[in-house]
Write a protein that binds this ligand. Sequence first.
Ligand SMILES: N[C@@H](CCC(=O)N[C@@H](CS)C(=O)NCC(=O)O)C(=O)O
Length: 236
Amino acid sequence: MITLYTFGPGMGLPDPSPFVLKGHVLMKMSGQAFRTDTHGFRQAPKHKLPYIDDNGKKVADSTLIRFYLEQQYGIDFDNGYSTEQRAQAWAVEKMLEEHLYFIGAWTRWIDDGNFQRGPAIFFAKIPQPMRALIQRVIRKKVGKMLYAQGIGRHSATEIETLAKRDLDVVATLLGDKPYLLGDTPCGTDATLYGMLAVFLSPVIESPIRTHAETKRNLVDYVARMQAQYFPDFKPA
Ligand SMILES: N[C@@H](CCC(=O)N[C@@H](CS)C(=O)NCC(=O)O)C(=O)O
C-alpha cells in the first residue's frame, strides 16, 4: 500500500502545508489505497513533504507524485478536459506554486503573530529553551530563502498587490463552476484547494486573507473541496 508522508492536522486544516494538502487530495482523487504517516519528515528524500512510499519506491514532490500515479496506475487527473484546458490548468498550478505559495510563506513565517499562531506548531515537541532558539534559526533561514526567491525583497504593500492579482485571477477563472475547469475536478483542483485553504486558515491574519474572503466563490470552493475530500475532518 502507498504511504503518504504528511505533517498532520494543524492551523485549523487537515494539514498546514499546501503541498501536503495537494498530495493528499491527489491520493484521494487517484482512488488508490493509501495510508498517511506523520513521522517521515526526517527521512524525506528532498527534505520536504509530501513524499510517498509505494512498496519501497519513494517519490518526493507533489507534482512528481502526480506524474508517478499517472504513469504507474494509468490515472488521468484531467480526464474529460481538452488539451487547451489542461494547459490552462497547468499554468494556474504553477502560478499558485511558484508565486502565490511564496507569498503565503512570507505571510505565515515573517509576521510574528501569524508565525506564533501558525508554523510555530511545527516546533511544538521541542522543549524550551531549545525551541525558541531553533524557531529563530529556521525563521531566519525562511527569510533568506524568500529574499533569494525574490518575494522577500518587496514591501508588504507590494506583496499584497501581487497576491491580490493572483487571487483575482483564480476567482475569475473559477467563476461559478464547482471546480476549476468545469463540473468535474482536475489535478490542479488539488493545488488550488491547498493554496487557498492555507490563506483562509482561521489562524492567519492578513489583508491578503481579507481580500480572499471577499471572493465568495473561492471561500465556497474551499469549503466544498474540504467537505468532499476530508469529510471527517474537524478542526481541533
Ligand atoms: N515542490 C515541493 C514543495 C514542497 C514544500 O515546499 N514543502 C514544505 C512544506 S509547505 C516543506 O516540507 N518544507 C520543509 C523545509 O523546507 O524544511 C512539492 O510540490 O512537494
